[in-house]
Design a protein around this ligand. Structure first.
Ligand code: TEU
Length: 567
């Protein structure tokens, strides 16, 4: 029988370089810092490093606005250091996956500058240029070519005064969308990707790759989306999420870039709004598109409409979502497993309990839950330390373009500034972007200078140095989870069966492979439960891994997680 792909047993660690480790004292993390901290990764046992963008960039969206795809921004270091990183990782048996941001470029990319220079530019059609809406003068209210709302607030169109036309940007106005309909664009991207593979990188995490195909009519027309409640805009997603040529483009990319080298690579498609059915198509190995999706359903259950309208999360909703994805990709396809990344609030604050009493226990409980599902787990820097949401006193403490744009728009539309700030404290991406807490020193050991965003005030207590040699720590627990996936094929490949789908606090499931079964029981609450009452038929079992010392095998303590071999 065919060997399962290596990444079914792998764990990915994500570095957001700006916040990981600063080696030169400018307050911004860099490649030198990553190189200094590689022991932390080896010690954790992870297999792959996914590095968020380090390319030259004006940093409007912290590097997700790229102005040169084939270099390293001096802010982060040099190409020579990137080569060194590749060699160091390979020497330690790890791989490097680069962030590939090709739905859009920076507005400072030479391609866009050229495109903008004139309607007759040979690169005009590399981006989406459109005249004002029929009957309205350029710049008039509502004259944008479509009514679409940007992911980062405001319209998705900005007028270029000089040329009199609008350009499309699904994100910030400094992130114009590339026109993938144009084959020159696609082949330029493929050439760039081959250049990176030839340099030795082991794959790509493809940013919003399911937005590259827009639903464009035969005469180039883009259509309005359904109105969004409470906003003077419409929903763009019906026209841009998993558009009609998405699969065709990814298959073409595969042929042009990955053929012949696919086995050793990791190809991850980050896909907001992707459905299970679409994900099956994107990750069916027979179709040769990507290896796994990075989907958003479970991080969209604690708000209504916009992420800045939070509501309480119900565990039953979370279980239903995970269960649907586990079932939908059971026989074909593959999923990424994550709680945290640079776009999400901190997991222990969002899904766990970051009060002193339960912070360590809930962080380890959540980790157990996640790593025991079928799929490839992703650990985001600091998650392995139980890092939590930070304290934002006022607007000045925020840095992220999404948060700042949202604040400006919401306040302009008459929302109460305190309510807007409260939602930002809870949901802002900046929660994930505070410096990694290495030790109890000033700036948590992150920099000798002034950090670009304030260190979380809890760093004196919650840091890597304090946890490294403590077998009870969140860090030690993550180490055990990574090792378990490496050692036990049931964790990597076993079938998944959800138990107790309607229980409000206990998350339980089994994983089975070749007659061997693991039972995973996690108490996602501060109450106690009697195991015998929950799962009477599942008595006994050998404890493979747990997050608390078991005092009474019959009692599941607050935030306790157990992995038991039951067959
Ligand atoms: O994120 C894609 C994405 O869907 C996010 O914009 C998401 O909508 C938002 O962050 C949730 O609040 C990717 C990158 O991960 C993100 O950092 C970039 O800002 C974005 O693409 C644009 O490149």
């Amino acid at each position: 029988p065919e060997q399962p792909p290596w990444w079914t047993r792998a764990v990915v660690y994500q570095i957001y370089p700006r916040s990981f480790m600063d080696s030169d004292g400018d307050g911004i993390g860099d490649l030198g810092g990553v190189l200094q901290r590689l022991d932390h990764l080896s010690d954790l046992g992870v297999d792959v490093l996914w590095l968020s963008p380090v390319y030259p960039s004006p940093q409007a969206d912290n590097g997700y606005d790229i102005s040169d795809y084939q270099d390293v921004d001096p802010l982060f270091g040099s190409l020579a250091q990137l080569d060194e990183l590749i060699a160091e990782l390979h020497g330690r048996g790890m791989k490097l996956v680069m962030d590939l941001v090709v739905n859009h470029t920076s507005d400072q990319h030479p391609w866009f500058r050229e495109s903008r220079s004139s309607p007759d530019s040979p690169k005009r059609d590399w981006y989406w240029w459109r005249p004002p809406r029929a009957g309205l003068p350029a710049g008039a209210p509502g004259a944008e070519p479509t009514n679409w709302h940007s992911f980062f607030s405001g319209p998705t169109w900005t007028l270029d005064e000089a040329g009199g036309e609008y350009f499309l940007h699904l994100f910030d106005r400094r992130q114009p969308d590339l026109n993938w309909e144009n084959p020159e664009v696609r082949h330029a991207v493929y050439a760039m990707m081959r250049w990176w593979l030839d340099r030795g990188v082991d794959g790509f995490r493809m940013d919003v790759i399911n937005l590259i195909s827009k639903d464009v009519g035969p005469d180039g027309e883009l259509r309005d989306g359904p109105p969004l409640p409470g906003l003077p805009y419409g929903d763009a997603t019906t026209s841009v999420v998993c558009g009609p040529r998405s699969h065709e483009f990814l298959q073409e990319m595969h042929r042009e870039v990955f053929d012949g080298r696919r086995e050793s690579l990791l190809l991850v498609g980050e896909m907001p709004g992707v459905t299970v059915e679409e994900a099956r198509l994107f990750t069916d190995p027979a179709r040769a598109e990507v290896d796994m999706v990075f989907q958003f359903e479970h991080v969209g259950l604690d708000f209504t409409g916009s992420k800045f309208s939070p509501r309480p999360l119900r565990l039953t909703d979370l279980k239903a979502s995970f269960g649907r994805w586990q079932a939908g990709l059971a026989d074909v396809g593959w999923n990424s497993l994550y709680w945290d990344n640079h776009d999400q609030p901190r997991a222990v604050s969002r899904f766990g309990d970051d009060s002193p009493r339960y912070r360590r226990d809930s962080a380890t409980c959540l980790a157990t839950l996640l790593h025991l599902h079928r799929g490839t787990p992703y650990v985001y820097q600091g998650e392995e330390l139980g890092m939590a949401n930070t304290r934002f006193d006022g607007l000045d403490d925020f840095r992220d373009v999404e948060s700042l744009n949202h604040h400006a728009q919401a306040v302009a539309h008459g929302e109460d500034p305190d309510t807007v700030l409260a939602a930002m404290r809870r949901m802002s991406r900046d929660n994930a972007r505070t410096p990694v807490q290495w030790d109890a020193g000033p700036t948590a050991g992150f920099t000798t200078g002034t950090p670009w965003i304030a260190v979380n005030p809890d760093a004196a207590e919650w840091n890597a140095a304090a946890q490294r040699d403590d077998p009870h720590s969140v860090l030690a627990h993550h180490r055990r989870l990574v090792a378990l996936r490496h050692a036990d094929p049931v964790v990597a490949l076993g079938d998944f069966t959800m138990l107790l789908p309607h229980h409000e606090s206990v998350y339980a499931f089994t994983r089975s492979l070749d007659g061997s079964t693991l039972l995973v029981v996690c108490n996602v609450s501060a109450h106690e439960y009697r195991l015998g009452e929950l799962l009477p038929e599942m008595g006994g079992g050998e404890l493979v891994l747990g997050n608390l010392a078991v005092e009474d095998p019959a009692v599941l303590r607050p935030w306790e997680a157990r992995v038991l071999r039951v067959g």
